[in-house]
Structures are given as C-alpha cells and as structure tokens.
Design a protein around this ligand. Structure first.
Ligand SMILES: [Fe+2]
Ligand SMILES: [Fe+2]
Length: 156
C-alpha cells in the first residue's frame, strides 16, 4: 500500500495500516473457526468499531467527503461509493453476532480491506491534489466527539 502521505493525512493513513492489520487478525480467527476464536472475533470487531472505526469514518465524512461534495462535484460518485461502504461497515460491525460469525467475520474483513485500499489508492491522492492548505489542515485538526453517536453502538 502506498503510504507516503502529506503530513495532514498521516493519522488517517496510519489508521488505514492498523485497519489492514485488524482485517488480517479477524480473518485468522474466522479461519480457525473454533467457538472461542469466533467469540473473540465478534468481541474484537465490536471493540474496534467503538474505539477506532466510528471516529475514523466520521473523520473522513466530515473533513473529506463533505468538502468534496461541496466543492468538487465531479468526484461526487466516489464519495457516494465510499460513503455507502461506511454504512455497510457500521451495519456489519454493530450487528455482528456469534451465530453468524463464521460467515460475517471474513465478510467484514474483506470489505474493510477493499474499502481501505480504495481510499489509499483513489481518495487520499485525490485529496492531496485537490484540497487547499486550509482544507488539509482541517483534516489534520479534526476532533471527534467522545463516544459513538446514539443508536450506532452495539446493544443500543
Ligand atoms: Fe472510509
Ligand atoms: Fe478510511
């Protein structure tokens, strides 16, 4: 994965690396297939979503997708595609359960990998070439609200 990002994009890119490593870990637990491994996979996905992923998705939506939709309509369809995948990742992470984990853990890992690759290969290079210095600084200075939004978290 290309990873020589401008400094404003470093946090997102580092989280992408972590997401790829997380996808590998989840795939391994799913291939192991034992009940303990599947339960651990479900627990890890929920934890990853609450601690990392939801904030990462909001970071991209608020500081990248929103300015592209507002100022660079020619790239609207890319944002729609990636935004739809954000919705899918949220739904899968919050509905993950042990009964269907054998099937859903690898599916989640696969979508997370493909989505992350598309952002590294298509979205971030585009942002680096399109965004003004002020818009890039807004990406770097994003501050997430604590916790996940109401109705998003598991068990809610
Ligand atoms: Fe994303
Ligand atoms: Fe991302």
């Amino acid at each position: 994965m290309p990873n020589e990002r401008c400094r404003q994009m470093e946090q997102l890119s580092r989280e992408h690396d972590e997401g790829m490593a997380f996808a590998d870990r989840i795939s391994e637990l799913a291939s192991d297939g034992g009940e303990d491994s599947l339960a651990e996979g479900v627990r890890l996905v929920r934890e990853y979503y609450q601690e990392e992923l939801e904030q990462h998705l909001q970071h991209e939506e608020q500081t990248i997708f929103a300015p592209i939709v507002q100022f660079h309509r020619e790239h609207f369809s890319l944002c729609v595609r990636l935004g739809t995948e954000h919705g899918l990742l949220r739904t899968m992470a919050t509905s993950m359960r042990i009964e269907t984990a054998q099937r859903d853990l690898p599916a989640f890992a696969d979508i997370l990998r493909k989505h992350t690759e598309a952002e590294e290969e298509e979205l971030l290079p585009l942002v680096e070439s399109l965004f003004t210095p002020e818009q890039l600084d807004a990406v770097m200075h994003f501050t997430p609200l604590p916790g996940t939004p109401p109705g998003r978290g598991p068990g809610s």
